[in-house]
Write a protein that binds this ligand. Structure first.
Ligand SMILES: [Mn+2]
Length: 506
């Protein structure tokens, strides 16, 4: 087989599973086949839900019935019981002491893309079965080449279930694996190829990358653009005017509704992209102009079997719905939707089967709709509050998110950014939970700030650790936990650490 290697920013990206990794997948398959009583722990986000859905689907497809899945926060893993024949950790586990309670008969399987605590040979040093699959062991970047759901999909593929590939794409988009280049790369590309071949995913190349391309009116989607503050940011009227000025027809004559980004023909799409790049270039320093196209262009991924103009059709919108569920402690709804969608795809693929899945799925979609509505309401209320209380320091800006639940504070910080100063990262903090008075910190910033190589996830980890806390995450979206009395010190340290590192002048 041809091994395609692509060099990007001096890093090699492979589209093929390294042989040593493939070997571990074969072992993982055997491990599952030879186990009857299985427990799965997966992470509380879209990637974790996707991972869990793929794993449970594998088990069902091979006739395993004695299993249980739990969607958990990382802190649960500090003292997690190992009392099933096989315990599987997906999208988490590599960075936690998950085998603390393991005994001689335990079997543990980890499928994670986060930085590992233990090294690749750790399995040889313990007296129980321990199998960890982590791309980082093979020099594969776990932040942009493959995520938890992708790793679980590769296991599904080992079993011959290529029909689960679309969930690997959903997971990768949910995990923002396309954040740097606007498209999926490395092993994610291999998964994408499978999903295309299965007829489940359609790739729209060089697309206008605005959130809400299926379900939001285009002018509304435009008004949410916030990586750089433009005059259309938070201004729907101006966004609509922009479209009219460009001579783009803003009504869809077929549906008689406002057009969506997915309705744009090639000509109008490029006209709009060109205009946006021009608008962005005018407000950023000239040495950043080279990055402007990346803020508005990228690949979009559509789920072919889903109806147009629904959130289900677009990978990014679908992933937001998954996150809305987990952030509101309704992970079971997200899992159910994926489970039913897997079955629905199977049925659509097979003319001989006629089970009515649509009504079951409609019920779950109703439930999800309710959750999403409540979620959006909660976001809107809090963003207004947050936006009016942003405090500016030289290199950061922050707001006190008191009263905001810790699992939505990051989302709110990201959305409040458009009301602050896009040239600096925004930091929000809130109490972790009623039982834990530590502070959960979230940082969000414009993608533009990371194009220079500043990795805010590493910076926030370093600062949090120096204060007895911990943290990490992506370059432009990350977080930390710190003792509450360290709040001011944390803010000063972050402000100091960034001195001279934000190349965009304030
Ligand atoms: Mn993940």
């Amino acid at each position: 087989m041809l091994n395609i290697i692509k060099w990007k920013n001096g890093v090699k990206m492979t589209k093929q599973i390294p042989p040593e990794m493939k070997e571990r997948y074969e072992q993982a398959k055997e491990l599952i086949e030879n186990s009857e009583n299985i427990k799965i722990y997966s992470h509380t986000d879209c990637d974790g839900i996707s991972s869990g859905a793929i794993l449970t689907s594998i088990l069902k497809k091979i006739g395993k019935t004695d299993f249980d899945i739990e969607i958990v926060n990382l802190d649960v893993l500090e003292d997690v019981p190992i009392d099933h024949e096989l315990t599987i950790f997906s999208d988490l586990g590599s960075g936690q002491p998950v085998d603390k309670n393991a005994s001689k008969d335990s079997k543990i399987l980890i499928l994670d893309h986060h930085p590992p605590l233990r090294d690749i040979d750790y399995c040889d040093s313990v007296d129980y079965e321990y199998l960890e699959i982590n791309p980082i062991f093979y020099g594969i970047d776990g932040s942009q080449e493959i995520c938890g759901g992708g790793l679980c999909y590769l296991l599904a593929k080992e079993f011959g279930f290529a029909d689960l590939s679309w969930i690997g794409i959903l997971a990768a988009i949910g995990d923002i694996q396309n954040g740097k280049t606007g498209k999926l790369e490395g092993l994610n590309r291999t998964i994408l190829k499978d999903a295309k071949e299965e007829g489940l995913v359609n790739v729209v190349e060089n697309d206008l990358s605005l959130y809400g391309r299926q379900s939001r009116p285009l002018f509304v989607a435009l008004s949410y653009f916030s990586d750089v503050k433009l005059d259309i940011t938070n201004d729907q009227n101006r966004a609509l005017d922009l479209l009219k000025r460009l001579g783009i027809n803003t009504r869809n004559p077929v549906t008689d509704t406002s057009i969506r980004a997915c309705d744009l023909n090639q000509k109008d799409k490029f006209k709009l992209i060109k205009e946006l790049i021009g608008m962005i270039t005018r407000v950023i320093p000239s040495n950043y102009a080279i990055h402007a196209p990346k803020l508005v262009m990228g690949e979009s991924y559509e789920f072919v079997n889903e109806e147009k103009y629904t959130f289900l059709r677009d990978a990014s919108e679908f992933s937001t719905a998954m996150n809305a569920c987990v952030r509101n402690d309704r992970a079971e709804v997200a899992l159910k939707l994926l489970e039913l969608t897997i079955i629905r795809n199977e049925i659509l693929n097979d003319d001989n089967v006629s089970i009515d899945i649509e009504s079951d799925r409609a019920l779950v979609l109703d439930e999800l709709d309710e959750i999403s509505r409540a979620h959006r309401y909660c976001l809107r209320v809090n963003i207004e509050k947050a936006g009016s209380s942003i405090v500016q320091k030289d290199n950061i800006q922050y707001f006190d998110g008191e009263g905001i639940r810790s699992n939505v504070v990051g989302t709110i910080a990201g959305m409040a950014l458009s009301q602050g100063d896009w040239r600096k990262p925004i930091i929000a903090f809130t109490q972790v939970s009623d039982e834990n008075d530590d502070l959960k910190i979230s940082l969000r910033c414009s993608k533009l700030l990371a194009y220079d190589g500043v990795h805010f996830g590493s910076i926030i980890r370093e600062v949090a650790q120096s204060l007895g806390g911990n943290g990490g995450g992506h370059d432009v979206a990350c977080g930390a936990y710190i003792p509450k009395e360290k709040r001011d010190e944390f803010l000063s340290l972050m402000n100091e650490k960034l001195e001279g590192r934000l190349a965009i002048d304030n």
